[in-house]
Write a protein that binds this ligand. Structure first.
Ligand code: MG
Length: 161
């Protein structure tokens, strides 16, 4: 059994006007929000996939099907808690996570510390062990046209002593 396991996750959600934007576990004021079965928190979904991927437990769609009534409109923080539960059941804990958000708008820098403060208690790590970065794609592609937002996440897990 390995002491360390790495995982990566990727997710995209489409943007539409007049919907609430939930990103990184917090509500962000913006004229658009995510089209989704859940609250559409694309950052949390990428993190969940990275955690599941590190343990080869499949993906978020397997554990939380988007046609299940149970998950309609669900707060994605609940999904993250469940993924961390699986990590614990397997005898692992998070070492650190690094996420990159690809979004043309809104400006995310002012919101990033609140995202880290919101998510790290669920992840069971200090704020310093969750990195969240944001970049535009220089107006190129679907993120650049503000049609959607994409997030990459990488996690490292280690076996609990
Ligand atoms: Mg998703």
């Amino acid at each position: 059994m390995n002491n360390f396991r790495i995982g990566n996750g990727f997710d995209v959600h489409a943007l539409a006007e007049g919907l609430p934007m939930w990103l990184g576990g917090i509500r962000i004021e913006h004229n658009k929000g995510f089209v989704a079965h859940s609250d559409g928190d694309v950052l949390i979904h990428a993190l969940c996939d990275a955690l599941l991927g590190a343990l080869a437990l499949g993906d978020i769609g397997l554990h939380f099907p988007d046609n299940a009534q149970e998950f309609k409109g669900i707060d994605s923080k609940v999904l993250l808690e469940r993924c961390m539960g699986l990590v614990g059941e397997k005898g692992y804990k998070l070492v650190n996570a690094d996420c990159t958000i690809l979004a043309q708008a809104p400006k995310l820098r002012p919101h990033i510390d609140r995202m880290r403060e919101t998510l790290t208690p669920i992840l069971g790590v200090p704020v310093d062990d969750l990195s969240i970065k944001a970049t535009t794609t220089e107006r190129l592609g679907f993120t650049g046209r503000e049609e959607g937002v994409a997030v990459y996440a990488t996690v490292l897990l280690c076996r609990e002593e």
